[in-house]
Design a protein around this ligand. Sequence first.
Ligand SMILES: [Zn+2]
Length: 253
Amino acid sequence: MLITMNGLVLREKQAGEKGRFLDILTQEQGVVEVFVRGAKKATSKSTCVTQLFSYATFCLEQRGDMYYFQSAKPIRIFYGLRENLDHLSLASYFSDWIRYAVPKGRQENMVLRLMLNTLHYLTEEKRDERMLKALFELRFASELGLMPDVLMCKRCMNYLPDSLVFSVTNGHFWCEDCYPGTEDDVAYSMRRSGLEMIRHIVLMDFARLFHFRAGEETLNVVSKFAEEFLCCHLSVRPRSLDFYHNIKRNHVE
Ligand SMILES: [Zn+2]
């Protein structure tokens, strides 16, 4: 059976001389594994459109659980990502989360849209990288049903305290004075601008999601919070996250 799906290539894996396996995030079926026949040749017509972070309309042959690549028409190929190791490693880290957490066979319109938009802004370099990373992490968590509770202080119900403590482990916040503080709680102190940024990310309409600016202090604390939050609630820390941080550290030194 031949089927047509729009999808983004999240990973390529060589299968010797026989061909390559691709993990593709599709609108209709979540992440699917696709086999591309033939050795990888730089000149081959299918190589460009089946490379990492290519977004295309794929024509696939389905046999049981397996999909075989037939042809594809490119929609957008994120060339710019390959020229910047920071960006490439960050995009690979996002891919790892999707491959790990998105159930197979489920419609994943929002996750696909989130990933495509994040890659767009990452390539264009029009947004702070820390903001894009935090935005992806927290919105992705929300799309999976793991949204942090951003409503009000757990104790006094204050909606917008000036200073607060947001608990990664519990997924909700307290005003600074109300925070009970337990030993095994991973939590971040932040100002109200941090809470406003987290609220924006998890609640805002998609059309305005990327239209947001924040100061240095806010970006730093929310990006740490977002990363810990996703790792904690999905109970894993991808290796690509440490790889990304190593690259960033080497660039700073
Ligand atoms: Zn309170």
